[in-house]
Write a protein that binds this ligand. Structure first.
Ligand SMILES: Nc1ncnc2c1ncn2[C@@H]1O[C@H](COP(=O)(O)OP(=O)(O)OP(=O)(O)O)[C@@H](O)[C@H]1O
Length: 293
């Protein structure tokens, strides 16, 4: 049984595209990243999974349960962190936390107070008095206090300062070790590279690549940085060329001997060849797509 499985999942808002023919497979216990730029369809996918909006066609299951028919069973074992949490402003944090626990008919006092302490959240304050980051922490407590089997997080780190982001990922990692599946959408690629074992890349509503983060980042291309006067434009498979003063930097996917022989004809002061990071690979997927169109 997969933690999340979608088959041909499609959503149109009127005539405009949300997501198209999305096939996702997230295994139980995985830490899975869902990467894509603004407007790619990440929130649309997540909102359909959480039953907040209806699909146009296709199907989706969470822990084997159909999202259209078994919503209540799904919600009782799922934690959800929306990208922008909107709460009743006059409520106090602790009342919201209790309401969220009551909806799941669970006593979550011990876990919620641990979470508040770790996230340094004062739950006695009114929601209207909380900063954006503190509202996010409140949403994290509501998403995790009932020890869900799967947690679906939409751009989770927006609004959290770096220390809190670290604590938040620590919590997720601990939960994941105990078996919780984590599915998070992000456009912070280093975050996905650091924490996720597998990921899917979504672009313009379609998944353009998926697999282990290692596979996705494995490429023959190297980031070449040269100090000196060098023009790589005659070389094959050169992308993302950046020139700044006497520094030339580009992604190179061609024959390394050819590169070395071209370089040897120039006065080079410094040279480095490094593995591209996920950010660059992502760009690579995008430019590939653009070339095909
Ligand atoms: N309520 C809506 N009505 C009409 N179109 C919508 C609506 N919500 C989303 N869309 C469109 O669906 C597409 C996917 O949007 P979605 O919010 O799912 O992307 P996203 O990947 O989550 O982006 P972001 O990172 O900016 O949150 C976009 O083209 C968007 O304009």
């Amino acid at each position: 049984m997969n933690a999340i499985q979608t088959d041909g999942l499609t959503k149109f808002y009127g005539r405009s595209r949300g997501i198209i023919e999305l096939d996702l497979e997230v295994h139980e216990g995985e830490f899975y990243g869902f990467i894509g730029p603004n407007g790619a369809g990440k929130s649309t996918t997540i909102r359909i999974l959480m039953g907040l909006i209806h699909k146009t066609r296709g199907s989706a299951r969470i822990l084997g349960k159909d999202i259209s028919k078994e919503k209540e069973q799904i919600l009782s074992v799922t934690g959800y962190l929306p990208s922008e949490a909107v709460f009743y402003p006059d409520m106090r944090g602790r009342d919201l936390i209790r309401l969220s626990a009551d909806l799941r008919r669970k006593d979550c006092r011990k876990t919620s107070s641990d979470l508040c302490e770790r996230l340094q959240l004062d739950p006695s304050r009114r929601i209207s008095e909380l900063s954006f980051g503190n509202r996010k922490k409140l949403a994290v407590v509501c998403a995790l206090q009932h020890d869900p089997q799967i947690c679906i997080l939409d751009e989770p780190t927006g609004g959290l300062d770096p220390l809190m982001q670290r604590e938040f990922f620590e919590i997720l990692k601990e939960r994941n070790k105990k078996g919780m599946t984590v599915f998070l959408s992000s456009h912070i690629l280093s975050e996905v590279q650091r924490f996720c074992s597998r990921a899917a890349i979504i672009r313009e509503g379609r998944i353009i690549a998926s697999g282990s983060v290692e596979e996705l980042t494995r490429t023959n291309a190297k980031r070449v940085t040269v100090r000196g006067t060098f023009d790589p434009s005659g070389l094959p498979d050169v992308r993302d060329l950046q020139i700044s003063g006497d520094m030339v930097s580009f992604l190179y996917g061609g024959d390394i001997n050819l590169l070395l022989s071209r370089l040897s004809r120039h006065q080079i002061m410094d040279l480095s060849l490094s593995e591209p990071d996920l950010e660059e690979i992502f760009l690579h997927y995008y430019t590939e797509g653009d070339e095909k169109e």
